[in-house]
Design a protein around this ligand. Structure first.
Ligand SMILES: CCCCCC/C=C/C(=O)SCCNC(=O)CCNC(=O)[C@H](O)C(C)(C)COP(=O)(O)OP(=O)(O)OC[C@H]1O[C@@H](n2cnc3c(N)ncnc32)[C@H](O)[C@@H]1OP(=O)(O)O
Length: 377
């Protein structure tokens, strides 16, 4: 019976009128309508009704027509689909429409919007998505989730794809096992030695790091760190690039850059003094004192601490709640909060990476890394 709710629902019958708004949302909404018409698989009547309701709500606002009577079941089903959206705003309906079409398109054919899965193919990284929440999980527990170059690259690419994918509302970075992350895998420096030698290796590393931090800085949706245990180095500094940081009560934070012959990254040379004040930032970055979860929370790097047994559930609750909020408003709000610093952070990141490139070529750095790699021999 409902099959008469046919593909015609997908055609742009009501259009957008003669006044075309070229705002970001309107053009994404139009693109979603075009995308819908290219689906090769019939998504079924339930999906078509949802699309119908969202389309009407997006263009005309809340349902304002009388309920169809008699035996016109199709008209009633369409009415219910629209009426059921209550007083959802037109912008929110557009966002929901865009997300839903992206989901349908994802099921229909692989598309760039489905790119988060790309990270899943990278060793040491699990990428999954549920209810609008993209989870990037560092998954090398035997190495305490130390980051390989492939992981940096995949995380950056995953975030860049998720930024464009309307079905992703929030991104979460977390770790498997008892550690959040033990920082840069120190064997990166020996494993990634190209034919061009250390100079080329350092330039390659500079680009890998620059792109990774840029992706975090530019990510337009909420970026949440779920710090499930201790962290050393870059996973600590990049917390300042996240919007919310939750940690377990056994998490610790350490930034031993000087003893490694290196220098601060992740924009920590800029963010840490402004978060903790110079005195405390210097203690972390120059004396390398490890701080506790409570100190990180008191200092403003961490949003909230949960006990280990409650941690995953509590973080889940927050991120699912955020994913249910109007995405356009979320994006705009984050943009406003970050607008003063984004350009500055990109500039700081670039500079920190240039300095690190030099550091990686220094005897101090080479010696520190060789000492770590040979420490068990
Ligand atoms: C594109 C380039 C970007 C670079 C950006 C610049 C980034 C800078 C940083 O992140 S600096 C911080 C680097 N990290 C560290 O200095 C930590 C080094 N690791 C340790 O100090 C210790 O391993 C430990 C304190 C984390 C844990 O000590 P312990 O409990 O004694 O365990 P193990 O040392 O036996 O470690 C278990 C296992 O994991 C391996 N591992 C841990 N961390 C790293 C690491 N960062 N790099 C490489 N491997 C690491 C460790 O070797 C052990 O494996 P094994 O048993 O040897 O196979």
């Amino acid at each position: 019976m409902l099959s008469v709710v046919s593909r015609s629902l997908f055609s742009r019958t009501s259009g957008l009128g003669s006044v075309r708004c070229f705002s970001d949302l309107s053009s994404r909404f139009e693109a979603a309508q075009t995308k819908l018409n290219t689906l090769t698989e019939d998504p079924g009547n339930a999906a078509k009704l949802k699309i119908y309701g969202l389309f009407k709500q997006a263009n005309q606002g809340p349902c304002n027509i009388p309920k169809p009577g008699g035996f016109n079941f199709v008209a009633k089903a369409k009415y219910d689909a629209w009426k059921g959206l209550g007083d959802m705003t037109q912008d929110q309906a557009k966002e929901e429409y865009i997300s839903f079409v992206a989901e349908l398109a994802g099921a229909d054919e692989p598309s760039p919007a489905a790119a988060p899965a790309a990270g899943a193919a990278t060793e040491g990284l699990d990428v999954s998505q549920e209810d609008g929440v993209l989870t990037i999980r560092l998954n090398r527990p035997e190495k305490f989730n130390a980051l390989t170059w492939a992981m940096y690259t995949a995380i950056g690419e995953t975030l860049n794809a998720a930024a464009e994918n309307p079905s992703v509302k929030v991104a979460v970075i977390t770790g498997t096992g008892k550690w959040y992350c033990s920082g840069n895998d120190l064997s990166n420096f020996t494993k990634n030695m190209p034919a061009g030698g250390p100079q080329e290796m350092a330039s390659n590393g500079q680009k890998v790091l620059n792109d990774f931090c840029d992706a975090m800085i530019k990510f337009p949706k909420p970026l949440v760190a779920a710090v499930n245990g201790p962290a050393i180095g870059i996973p600590v500094t990049t917390l300042g690039l996240c919007d919310l940081v939750y940690c377990t009560d056994n998490a610790t934070f350490k930034t031993p850059f000087v003893s490694l012959g290196q220098s601060p990254e992740g924009c920590s040379s800029f963010i840490f003094p402004r978060t903790f004040g110079f005195a405390k930032a210097n203690e972390m970055l120059l004396t390398e004192r490890q701080i506790t979860a409570q100190e990180a929370c008191d200092g403003g790097l961490v949003t909230r601490i949960f006990t280990e047994d409650r941690f995953r559930d509590e973080v889940d609750k927050v991120v699912k709640h955020m994913a249910s909020l109007p995405p356009q408003s979320m994006r705009i709000s984050k943009g406003l909060i970050r607008q003063e610093v984004t350009e500055k952070l990109l500039e700081v990141n670039k500079r920190e990476c240039e300095v690190l490139r030099e550091r990686w070529l220094s005897d101090e750095c080479m010696t520190a890394i060789m000492n770590f790699l040979n420490r068990k021999k």
